[in-house]
Write a protein that binds this ligand. Sequence first.
Ligand SMILES: *[C@@H]1O[C@H](CO)[C@@H](O)[C@H](O)[C@H]1NC(C)=O
Ligand SMILES: *[C@@H]1O[C@H](CO)[C@@H](O)[C@H](O)[C@H]1NC(C)=O
Ligand SMILES: *[C@@H]1O[C@H](CO)[C@@H](O)[C@H](O)[C@H]1NC(C)=O
Ligand SMILES: *[C@@H]1O[C@H](CO)[C@@H](O)[C@H](O)[C@H]1NC(C)=O
Ligand SMILES: *[C@@H]1O[C@H](CO)[C@@H](O)[C@H](O)[C@H]1NC(C)=O
Ligand SMILES: *[C@@H]1O[C@H](CO)[C@@H](O)[C@H](O)[C@H]1NC(C)=O
Ligand SMILES: *[C@@H]1O[C@H](CO)[C@@H](O)[C@H](O)[C@H]1NC(C)=O
Ligand SMILES: *[C@@H]1O[C@H](CO)[C@@H](O)[C@H](O)[C@H]1NC(C)=O
Ligand SMILES: *[C@@H]1O[C@H](CO)[C@@H](O)[C@H](O)[C@H]1NC(C)=O
Ligand SMILES: *[C@@H]1O[C@H](CO)[C@@H](O)[C@H](O)[C@H]1NC(C)=O
Length: 840
Amino acid sequence: MVVLLNSRPCFVVLILLAAFSCFSPRLCFGEDRITFSTPIKDSESKTLLSKSGVFRFGFFTPVNSTGRLRYVGIWYDKIPVQTVVWVANREAPINDTSGVVSISDDGNLVVTDGRNSLLWSTNVTVPVAPNETWVQLMENGNLRLQDNRNNGEILWESFKHPYSSMLPRMSLGINNGTGENTGLTSWRSYTDPSTGNYTVGLVAFPFPELLIWKNKVPQWRSGPWNGQVFIGLPDMDSLLNIDGFNLNNDNQGTVLLTFANDSFLYHFNLDPNGAIYQRDWSTSMNDWRVGVRFPSTDCDEYNRCGPYGSCNYREDPQCKCIKGFVPRNNTEWSLGNWISGCVRRAPLRCERVKNGSSNGGKEDWFLKVQKMKVPVNVQPSLANAQACPKVCLDNCSCTAYAYDQGIGCMLWSGSLVDMQSFLGSGIDLYIRLSHSELKAHSKRAVMITALVLGIVFVSAVCVLLACLKLKKRPGEPKKDRSVEQLLKRMEEVNSGDEAASNQVKLEELPLFEFQVLATATDDFSLRSKLGQGGFGPVYKGKLPEGQEIAVKRLSRASGQGLEELMNEVVVISKLQHRNLVKLLGCCIEGEERLLVYEYMPNKSLDAYLFDPLKQKILDWKTRLNIMEGICRGLLYLHRDSRLRIIHRDLKASNILLDDNLNPKISDFGLARVFRANEDEANTRRVVGTYGYMSPEYAMEGLFSEKSDVFSLGVILLEIISGRRNSYKKDNYPNLLAYVWTLWNEGEAASLADPSVFDESFEKEITKCVQISLLCVQEVANDRPNVSTVIWMLTTENMDLPEPKQPAFITRREKSEGESSDQSSQKESINDVSLTSVTGR
Ligand SMILES: *[C@@H]1O[C@H](CO)[C@@H](O)[C@H](O)[C@H]1NC(C)=O
Ligand SMILES: *[C@@H]1O[C@H](CO)[C@@H](O)[C@H](O)[C@H]1NC(C)=O
Ligand SMILES: *[C@@H]1O[C@H](CO)[C@@H](O)[C@H](O)[C@H]1NC(C)=O
Ligand SMILES: *[C@@H]1O[C@H](CO)[C@@H](O)[C@H](O)[C@H]1NC(C)=O
Ligand SMILES: *[C@@H]1O[C@H](CO)[C@@H](O)[C@H](O)[C@H]1NC(C)=O
Ligand SMILES: *[C@@H]1O[C@H](CO)[C@@H](O)[C@H](O)[C@H]1NC(C)=O
Ligand SMILES: *[C@@H]1O[C@H](CO)[C@@H](O)[C@H](O)[C@H]1NC(C)=O
Ligand SMILES: *[C@@H]1O[C@H](CO)[C@@H](O)[C@H](O)[C@H]1NC(C)=O
Ligand SMILES: *[C@@H]1O[C@H](CO)[C@@H](O)[C@H](O)[C@H]1NC(C)=O
Ligand SMILES: *[C@@H]1O[C@H](CO)[C@@H](O)[C@H](O)[C@H]1NC(C)=O
């Protein structure tokens, strides 16, 4: 939606171009359907165009192909490079222009040639007469066979039968409910759309994992999904940045991979050489721009280094035997033929015992190898982190273990195959070795530990110095000389690499001088004040170079101490996502503490939502986009691969809108950085905003991802209804209570803001209300996580669970929207009461 607004001139031009390039504009325009009486004939050059003007369906000949074979498929219409995303008669092309696509007598969509032989069919059982089915090319490139019952029952759709490309909002994977398993298949060559040798798909067990096969033999794997990321992708963050990238696993055999981008000119493609590319259309380059690509390095090649070999593409040679192992065949190994791998130097204790050599000597131990792509054939174990190594030691065939918070204990037996060592991602793998291998290692371990500790210490000192003690010359933000020297020394120390990726990159976070910010904001004048945040006023400013900024000046009485400030600065500076507000820098001088953010001209969501004049600007589609955007931003916070961040103060006034009304989450002052092993933390200090706080947080100070989901649910309801959560009507204490009653009366859609309501959205609105209610359920465990919320929001026609009663928290006295702080905490907690309203 937003994209269309954004690019309207260009869009119009493209449509005009499309019209001129068509021999018969009347046929090219508006036609997005095939019915029983209106087939498509190749001889008439007739095609379908989706309503979005992006996709076209019809007959084509692959460019550069030698023959003149005709295929039926879907391709991008707007762009000059022929890009076909789906092909029907891939195995049965037509050698002339006699082809016809029509609804056959059995109601299916079929491709036939001039001799009337059937080349391809949707091949489903159609329960209605053929003149009651039709085929439509949807806006997003999905081709659907529908019938007239219930306003269009879907009989078949191309999104469920993908070929070589995955488009936004398509899902790949296994659905245990329907038995569907969708993956991608490559073309034979760039000019031949017939079935190639490569396929890509998900496997569900023991953990979801993405694989590329060549004739059913694995070529590449992603490593297991740990609920947050695939452990085995070199740079998972780049995937996380893909809009709405998501894997849903119900642990019942259903795993579905999805992504969403409102721009349709965006897809994943499995190319004829067996690589997956993520591509988006660049108008400036006039070509596809390649983003993520798998496999991306030589080391990604499956089993490149053989058993017990580990690959590192930055090293030469790339393959190394794991410590304690030696090449099976030194001649081959030194020639770069690594496939036969490595063998154990000293046998394990239990092997020695088995061979009958007395008691076998000392117990084996584990070598810790950091940041690894774990080997294939993992076996899950129910053991906890402490018991995991013991479980492995107790089984003679166990050769390695690893523990990941999201997965639990993982064990391997036999040879360890397809390992890779990373710089930033991956997890620690513990490899079982004989006790005799211990000595060689321990000395180095001490050295490495000392080095790591040293680096951590120096970084900590630097962070402190940089944010505390900075004095700069006027003009450009500049670093103190002593800090500069320290940073330089730090760089020297970690030029090695490893640790460098973990620390805050202070150089990338400019420090501003107070005087510069004072000038930029007109001495913090009332005129430039944008609003009052939880911890102080926010001002609009303009830097000498002309860049507009928003400056948050933390009030001395705010209670936001140095600790929180440092927290916010460090946390936000690491996060980059299009649904999060960007922190440009900070300033600490004397008593003054300021944060500098990118400036959002459209202010915050509440300024639109609750303003009778402005709320009309947010039409339903925009609101849907905002809901999704907030979810994606939040997902990024919850799922960043190194830190897990709970926002703790999500509310409408903390959601800012950019030029295109895309939402950006702001104010991470309350964010806590979770270490990997903390799921739920108990905090003495309850901070947050009443009305948005989950019951467990307000009453017991317990916060988790699920308390953010609660706040999210409240925001979603506010967006749908255009009413504040404090909304009072007919004795309903708040919006939640009112919604719950409407829901139970089957009137959920009437919640919608009258200024956006339209009957055609009724189903969608009801669904959004249901999702919101799932988020505000009283018991935290009942609430879905954010990735599930996104999945529910973006998947059509799915069965959602029935929500349980929400928690209605009401509070007397304090006005809504006000953040609580330390001083008022005690009394406010006592003021919180739980009210139950049951639907009639
Ligand atoms: C077709 O061939 C031309 C010339 O060899 C080449 O530049 C172009 O990239 C090819 N197009 C495709 C889609 O392969
Ligand atoms: C097209 O293919 C058919 C068989 O499928 C064959 O009978 C016919 O001769 C071919 N026509 C041309 C022009 O090659
Ligand atoms: C249609 O499906 C059935 C079974 O599902 C299969 O036996 C048959 O070959 C299919 N027909 C076509 C034309 O694909
Ligand atoms: C479909 O065809 C049948 C007879 O073949 C006719 O009675 C019916 O009205 C038609 N339905 C539609 C929707 O055109
Ligand atoms: C696909 O695999 C088969 C069997 O391994 C092989 O004969 C054929 O050449 C391969 N085709 C391509 C396009 O690589
Ligand atoms: C699919 O679901 C059924 C229950 O609906 C379950 O019994 C079965 O084990 C599941 N299949 C897999 C592969 O998990
Ligand atoms: C879609 O993806 C492209 C490429 O990553 C990105 O630049 C663009 O902002 C996204 N647009 C929307 C509306 O999601
Ligand atoms: C090692 O590999 C080379 C080349 O493949 C072979 O000639 C040699 O016999 C192998 N040596 C052993 C000990 O297997
Ligand atoms: C076990 O004994 C056999 C011969 O008795 C020998 O070949 C093998 O290498 C021994 N294995 C271990 C692990 O000691
Ligand atoms: C040891 O591990 C192997 C392979 O996972 C398994 O088959 C065997 O049952 C295990 N043995 C014991 C005693 O647990």
